[in-house]
Design a protein around this ligand. Sequence first.
Ligand code: CP3
Length: 349
Amino acid sequence: MNDIFLRACRGEAVPYTPVWIMRQAGRYLKQYQKIRKKIDFLTLCKTPELAAEVTIQPVDALGVDAAILFSDILIPVEAMGMRLKFSEKKGPVLEYPIRDNASVNKLSASGLEKNLNFVMDTIKILRKELKDRVPLIGFAGAPFTMATYMIEGGTSRNFLHTTKMIFQTTDLYAALMDKVTQTVTEYLKAQIKAGAQAIQLFDTWAGILSPGDYKDYALPYVKEVIKTLKDWKGLKKIENVPIIYYVGECGGLLEEIKRGGADVIGIDWRTNIDDAIKRLGNNVSVQGNLDPCALFLPKEKIEERVKEILNRAVSARGHIFNLGHGILPETPVENVAAMVEMVHRFSRK
Ligand code: CP3
């Protein structure tokens, strides 16, 4: 198997820098659009054979060094008892947002593995189909980012309901976060048992918090998820499943993020990766950090930016090349394939 991605996560020597792309399965691929014409997004997530097929599409089309499970961070939120819809215009919508004790009490934090057996089935199919190719990354939303969707009812501009709950009803927020943290932990254990070979925690919105609030209201829950997984005997048996932690707009938070205990830290493009490496030290690997919009540049310009990031990241314990956030639906596929090839060629030792 091509395990270069896993080796870079652990900081071991690699023949070239591995690369994968956040949201690599999706609308910028014709093959994906073809399947989505026939089936809505949630049904696709819940149909293991098709979810496995779209997971493998970017591995075939681009030659990336890892596959990431096709699903969504809000799938376990639905399993906790919230009603989830995806609208073409607004993205995810949770109809009855969490604003009071009664709604937190109604949320279930157990029985997840059974409710989400379609995810575990997808993972099992993928491990069979990917056998000799690339490792499979499982994932979940980090507790804070999951909670923002549950409290806001969808994507938000200023996260007012979330910060109001944190500042005005701190106990309610803590009760919600305990349930979400338990859910995320159980969900990731189940993914690892089913065969996920690395895990990424997505904390897309944690960058809206000040360093002090991040430290008090987001970091403790991430730390708990990671510590529980690391102490778990099941994980030791499966031998070293690396944990990647991505925070959107992480620049102000790196010193705190480091204390979360992840093996790899994802960096967005607003911070130079060499600066991030200096601040994170040599106990972690880094992942990132090309601006997703840079894939709209002409190829010579993409080449310059790929080289720059590879050069800036030479001092890292390990580097996994990626975008600084998810790939955009309009991205030209030929530029993405060229970028993957450039990363491999320019970094080869
Ligand atoms: O990386 C991958 O290819 C794996 C699949 C994956 C999806 N969503 C598929 C998806 C992953 C890892 C996610 C994570 C996710 N989902 C995040 C964290 C990462 C990030 O991008 O910030 C968040 C915040 C979500 C919530 C979500 N899901 C939003 C806001 C949207 C709407 C916006 C959009 O991109 O369409 C989704 C829908 C979604 N998730 C799609 C896909 C392929 C598009 C659905 C479609 O086919 O119409």
